[in-house]
Design a protein around this ligand. Structure first.
Ligand code: F6P
Length: 327
């Protein structure tokens, strides 16, 4: 330990994710254990700019490990993208007496932190909080596992009705730029196909596969569509399939924000607790400008630039596997 920290701030930013509260709890309790005063910064970078900063105590984080959402609120800040907004945030950091900040969020959050650090020399350390799992430097982001379980539970229910009515369902899951939720949940629900932004979607191939299913007397088909697929979301894809093949009895479900809520899974609670604990220790050891993650069960520190720009690779062979297994 080479740094005597007196006060650290913590905020959540961008799309919320289940497990953010568990991470806040871990940061607060670890800081207090080391005699550091934690401060909650409300609504992410917005709160930093406005000076919405309050001390947190052990009881402030009681009974939150099991709760979805974030007690610190979250926002996507346009103001923080401007030089003026950053200057205001810096003035608030100076006035508040904070020695460091733990930022919980996704790529937007870390790009902001990286940009801020270019102009203002201030220690920020990141925790990966997003359901999208699209950050390089961690096997799992906080919230991904819970979101997957939510999707699987919902799609299993849809499968029941799809089967009864012998229908083809297009189900849209989140993932503006990444297909991790679609791919993994698609495997888990035995989806007949999975459409993701990382691979080109071939409509002819999709229709062929669906036809083969019909010939084999499949009584239902589920196509998982990541919202960022280049053909468009589930409605757009369903429309194009219907135009060409009116014989399919199609329906569309968009799961939407249900994927971001709910009690975090055990995996997310343990991950968030571990990473929150490690973040404080890392700050005390003088680390900054990195995201704390876990790869192969080991704690890792990835510079923000790497975490956001070297997106985790999709394992394309899993897509082939999913298609074979559901054929
Ligand atoms: O970044 C997480 C995420 O849930 C994406 O998967 C999704 O595209 C986006 O947030 C939705 O954001 P908002 O709640 O701001 O509409």
């Amino acid at each position: 330990m080479n740094k005597k920290l007196k006060a650290i701030g913590i905020f959540t930013s961008g799309g919320d994710s289940p497990g953010m509260n568990a991470a806040i709890r871990a940061v607060v309790r670890t800081a207090l254990y080391h005699g550091i005063q934690p401060f909650g910064i409300y609504r992410g970078y917005e709160g930093l700019i406005d000076g919405n900063i309050q001390p947190l105590y052990s009881h402030s984080v009681s009974n939150i490990i099991q709760r979805g959402g974030t007690i610190l609120k979250s926002a996507r800040s346009e103001r923080f993208r401007t030089a003026e907004g950053m200057a205001q945030a810096w003035a608030q950091v100076r006035a508040s007496g904070l020695d460091a900040i733990v930022a919980i969020g996704g790529d937007g959050t870390f790009s902001g932190a990286e940009e801020f650090a270019r102009s203002y020399p201030f220690p920020i350390i990141g925790l990966p909080g997003t359901i999208d799992n699209d950050l390089f430097g961690t096997d799992y982001t906080i919230g991904y596992d819970t979101a997957l379980n939510t999707v699987v539970e919902a799609v299993d229910k849809i499968r029941d009705t799809a089967d009864s009515h012998e229908r083809l369902f297009f189900i849209e899951v989140m993932g503006r730029d990444a297909g991790f939720i679609a791919l993994r949940s698609g495997i888990a629900v035995g989806a007949e196909d999975i459409l993701i932004p990382e691979t080109r979607t071939d409509l002819d191939e999709l229709i062929d596969r669906l036809d083969t299913g019909l010939r084999r007397n499949k009584s239902s088909s589920i196509i998982i569509v990541a919202e960022g697929d280049e053909l468009g979301g589930a409605y757009a894809v369903a429309e194009r399939v219907k135009e060409r093949c009116p014989r399919f009895r199609t329906r569309v479900t968009v799961l939407g924000h249900i994927q971001r809520g709910g009690a975090p899974s055990c995996l997310d609670r343990v991950l968030a607790s571990t990473l929150g604990y490690e973040a404080v220790t890392a700050l005390m050891n003088g680390m900054q400008g990195v995201m704390v993650g876990q790869v192969d069960r080991k704690i890792t520190f990835t510079p923000f630039e790497y975490a956001t720009k070297h997106h985790q690779e999709i394992n394309r062979s899993l897509l082939d596997m999913a298609r074979i297994l559901s054929s």
